[in-house]
Design a protein around this ligand. Structure first.
Ligand code: GTP
Ligand code: MG
Length: 192
């Protein structure tokens, strides 16, 4: 997809701060440090529009990015980060759950998992919960540059089985380093 514009619009910690223009939204969720913000930058062809860090817990609010004046990619705080205080974790959890359950503009969720590892309990729970409330999910197995191409299929099979990913939900192999999977993910976004 040709990116003609990509802009940061707003950070939100509550529903009354979400945009009101009714444009479709895609939510990017996954564990802290899995590479959500990096994927976003790659998708938008921008190096550092979304802030990334080698330390987990970088993104702490819902961050809205508007692409081609037509669709929002929404960067989420990661889950599963042990060092965050319990009270903050609960607030995050609530914000994420409320958004996913109630937000009319949400078209689907992109759930990132690290291709190198079996999905965590949190990953499994996140996916199962999104199915319970009926959100379509595109699973993205990221950091693909970190393992040999010949092992991608075996690793995505483990992800599909561990998370019990439904047949209709694709699993895409992605790398923010190489751009692997970028076009396929844009196709999913455009076609849904
Ligand atoms: P939080 O905001 O803390 O939830 O993390 P995040 O999921 O947004 O992760 P972020 O994009 O900040 O990336 C975390 C680290 O992983 C950074 O050091 C990135 O450079 C690295 N990283 C992200 N994606 C990739 C990838 O595809 N390949 C490689 N090799 N490194 C990656
Ligand atoms: Mg982030």
């Amino acid at each position: 997809m040709k990116i003609t514009s990509a802009e940061f619009i707003t950070s939100a910690v509550a529903a009354n701060q979400y945009p009101t223009d009714g444009l479709p939204e895609i939510a990017l969720v996954g564990r802290s440090n899995v590479g959500k913000s990096s994927l976003l930058n790659k998708m938008m062809n921008r190096k550092a529009l979304a802030r990334t860090s080698s330390k987990p817990g970088k993104t702490q609010t819902l961050n809205y990015f508007l692409v081609n004046k037509s669709i929002y990619l929404v960067d989420f705080p990661g889950y599963g980060y042990a060092k965050v205080a319990k009270s903050i974790k609960e607030t995050w959890g609530k914000m994420i759950q409320t958004y996913l359950a109630k937000r009319e503009e949400l078209r689907f969720m992109v759930q990132l998992v690290d291709i190198r590892h079996a999905p965590s309990k949190d990953d499994v729970a996140m996916y199962a919960w999104s199915k319970e409330i009926g959100i379509p999910v595109v699973v993205v197995a990221t950091k693909a540059d970190k393992i040999a191409r010949g092992r991608w299929q075996q690793h995505t099979k483990i992800i599909r089985e561990t998370m019990n990913v439904r047949g209709g939900d694709p699993i895409l192999v992605f790398s923010s380093e190489t751009g692997q999977g970028r076009d396929e993910l844009w196709q999913e976004i455009i076609n849904r």
